[in-house]
Write a protein of this length. Sequence first.
Length: 380
Amino acid sequence: MTQYWSSTFTLGILGGGQLGKMLLDETARLDIRTSVLDPSAEAPARGRTETFQRGNLMDYETVLAFGREVDMITCEIEHINIDALAQLEKEGKIVRPSPGIFRTVGNKSLQKAFYRDHDIPTLPFFSFENKREMLDRLEGLPAVWKAATGGYDGRGVAVLRTQADLDQVPDMPGLIETYMEDKREISILIARSPSGQLAAFPAVEMVFHPTANLVEHLHSPTSLPAEVATRAREIAESVAKAFDLAGIMAVEMFVTPDNRIYVNEVAPRPHNSGHHTIESHLTSQHEQHLRAILDLPLGSPRALFPAVMLNVLGGPESGKPRYEGLTEILREEGVYPHIYGKAETRPFRKMGHITVIGATLEEALAKAEKVKQRLVVTAG
């Protein structure tokens, strides 16, 4: 067995954003060497890694050259050159999760077809290559339009209610999905190792910003009936097995008022919906991802405390960030702010998050409501 710690083994990480930064906290704890590739000279992960390379994650030659210098490659972002990863795998490099997962997940039409073909419950949909085909097949409104590629953090998704909404749809490949008005949105982080170990974190419920289509806060535990939570976990496990996952994956799901569950989409990496695990669980999502890709024993996903996670989003102005109210919230017990270290704030940009824990979920929610009013990101 390879000795990953205190050795020359080097883990290559594609992407040096906040997720990479948090993953590096775990590699440092085990003394695992890392190298990070990111397009920004001011990437949050830059100061945490032994080697930092600035380069385009979508450029074939850049990713290929980076991958040849390390022993294993993992990713903190989906927008990467998959062909380069596939070539590296052919050359014998270990890539976890596999390039095939990123190829499927990176195209929403392929992702939805994957669920259909593997009997994984997902909302009815149809794919199209252009706007004319979409209009010819559209049977009525409201409906949900999704771009096949390029969407993230709420971009590339729109609810179509009127002719004006239809007029705004770009002429590009995408899909139309059945619109569901009354639903809850949950996420389950599921880890799977190459040897087949599985570990699922308890479900979290996500509450979205009314205009930005970004998670405003999430909380765990949810109020799902036990049998529904069990069914959601089983679906997440079936998704991980179908993808032959090695690593961690967020499985986002819709739950209807009559407790039907539909998979919305997945992210094959540590995810915003798992940030709370750093303070509130025996094993964080980042540690679990590292354990999974290295095929080490998976940690316990058991929760220690009820938790709420608040995203810290950029305000209406752009510029150098100022965090107003941070000192004040640090006076609160059970409040853990994480500042990502991004050099510029922009409207709705994820600048950090705050985890709030409590003896009960009600206590954590009440504390989170106070904290939310106090921390503001402005441009200095």
